[in-house]
Write a protein that binds this ligand. Structure first.
Ligand code: NAD
Ligand code: UGA
Length: 447
């Protein structure tokens, strides 16, 4: 089978690489309008960092995995066209700051229509508003030629940092298709591709609309847990309870489960906020104001968590950060990725710059995010040297293993440590001399 994926980003690249590994008899081509990105996929320095990805790309590239900027040629030869282009929040006009901007997505429909010279199965991989498949079908059916197009929904549930393992062993693969014989035959063909490595009981079939909505719902439910636990963290700080103990006690209830209950500086990444805002927009579109407001609170709580973190720093450091060096450990929105899209660390860095702090950032993979007034250094030790405060903002494992006694010695006193991920041994750090401020727990101070 000839498979093409339009969009060589965080989803398109890893998804097709894993498919190429798992389906050695099929051919996978990933195309993008960004020729530099394609060049990077064809080089030894891939455009994204994802554990285990380099090995798979090296194994499959040139065998049954190809990266190309020639979109028309790839579309022409494809049996299946995955679409995994970006669907960011719309920043203009109707629905601004809530709806998804579908201009990139719609362009792919027009490209497929323009270049297709045979029947195609078109698969929505991007996260899209409910009923996007109808728009896609309308555009694809508007041409003069007689090719048949079937549009399926097959949302992607991988998380960054664990993309390879998520794709190799997904919790589920969801395929949405219409009831028509043509659509059901396309669903079976796509399911056949996945059946080469995914057990049949993990391949779930649904209607197109349910499939599209399930993706938004999954992200909303995950993000909602994070906002819920962060709201409890604020209550813990106010009342003297410990959010880690609360999360553990709550998560041991089998009905609730332990995952996505880690309090911190709030969720980041390119999708949670955008997808919930899209859900809010859709609820409003259907006149469901209360439901829209319910989900909007998840995003508002997340924004508040970032602000609260900065306010706590200002309050703890005697109400002024002006001229004080503050070291940020981590900029990526989570560990094991270089992605800084909507990273809480950026909002926090910007808040500190507004307070006139001297902000110095270290991250093992993320180098810059265009934040004015900050500097980057090569090691966490360099960042911490002569700093008043260290902020742990990304849960990189290497930050747990640092020599904190050395860091303490190199800092100005009193030395402050704000652990935005509750990753470190706070009592040990306090014993070293740090004033320690975890999230959702009492501070450990020396005054
Ligand atoms: P991305 O920005 O990393 O990649 C999108 C790529 O599409 C870009 O390289 C862009 O140049 C390309 N593109 C845009 N329009 C094009 C066109 N007309 N023709 C060819 N190429 C085009 O985005 P991403 O993070 O890979 O996300 C893609 C989609 O997948 C989004 O809808 C997102 O919500 C969803 N998603 C993302 C993740 C994730 O972890 N990043 C996980 C699941 C789902
Ligand atoms: C998330 C979902 O987990 C994926 O299933 C989905 O496919 C993807 O969004 C998407 O649609 O883009 P991702 O954003 O890559 O994946 O990473 P997550 O592991 O979900 O983390 C998101 C954010 O929540 C991170 O900033 C993380 O640090 C934060 N988080 C997560 C917490 O603050 N606490 C937790 O307990 C869990």
């Amino acid at each position: 089978m000839e498979v093409v994926c339009i969009g060589a980003g965080y989803v398109g690249g890893p998804t097709m690489a894993v498919m190429a590994k798992m389906c050695p008899k099929d051919r996978f081509t990933v195309v993008d309008v960004d020729a530099n990105r394609i060049d990077a996929w064809n080089s030894d320095r891939l455009p994204i960092y994802e554990p285990g990805l380099d090995e798979i790309v090296t194994m499959c590239r040139g065998r049954n995995l190809f990266f190309s900027a020639d979109v028309p040629a790839a579309i022409r030869k494809a049996d299946i066209v995955f679409v995994s282009v970006n669907t960011p929040t719309k920043l203009y006009g109707e629905g601004a700051f809530f709806a998804s901007d579908m201009k990139y997505y719609e362009q792919t429909a027009r490209d497929i229509l323009a270049y297709a010279d045979s029947d195609k199965i078109v698969v929505e991989k991007s996260t899209v508003p409910v009923r996007t498949a109808a728009t896609m079908s309308r555009i694809l059916c508007s041409g003069k030629q007689k090719h048949n197009f079937v549009v399926l929904s097959n949302p992607e549930f991988m998380a960054e940092g664990t993309a390879v393992q998520d794709l190799c062993a997904p919790d589920r693969v969801l395929i949405g298709g219409d009831d028509t014989p043509a659509a059901q035959s396309a669903v079976n063909r796509l399911a056949g591709l996945y059946s080469q490595w995914v057990p049949a009981n993990r391949v779930l079939k649904a209607s197109v609309w349910s499939s599209e909505l399930s993706k938004l719902a999954s992200n909303a439910m995950l993000a909602q847990r994070v906002s819920s636990v962060n709201s409890l963290a604020a209550l813990c700080e106010a009342s003297g309870a410990d959010v880690t103990e609360v999360s553990k006690a709550v998560g041991m209830d089998g009905r609730i489960g332990p995952r996505f209950l880690e309090a911190g500086i709030g969720f980041g990444g390119s999708c949670f906020t955008k997808d919930i805002l899209n859900l809010v927009y859709l609820c409003r579109h259907y006149g469901l104001e209360n439901e829209a407001e319910y989900w909007h609170q998840v995003v508002k709580m997340n924004a508040r968590q970032r602000e609260r973190f900065v306010s706590r720093i200002v309050a703890a450091m005697f109400n002024t950060l002006s001229g004080k060096r503050v070291a940020l450990f981590g900029l990526a929105f989570k560990s094991d990725t270089g992605d800084t899209r909507d990273s809480p660390a950026i909002t926090i860095a910007e808040g500190l710059v507004r307070e006139q702090a001297e902000v110095v950032i270290h991250d093992p993979k993320a180098s810059s995010a265009g934040i004015p007034g900050v500097s980057f250094v090569q090691t966490p030790y360099e960042a911490a040297a002569w700093a008043h405060a260290v902020l742990l903002l990304t849960n990189w494992k290497e930050y747990v293993e640092l020599d904190y006694a050395r860091i303490f010695d190199s800092m100005q006193k009193p030395a402050f440590l704000f652990d935005g991920r509750n990753l470190l041994d706070h009592h040990k750090l306090h014993a070293m001399g740090f004033n320690v401020y975890p999230v959702g727990k009492p501070a450990l101070e020396h005054f």
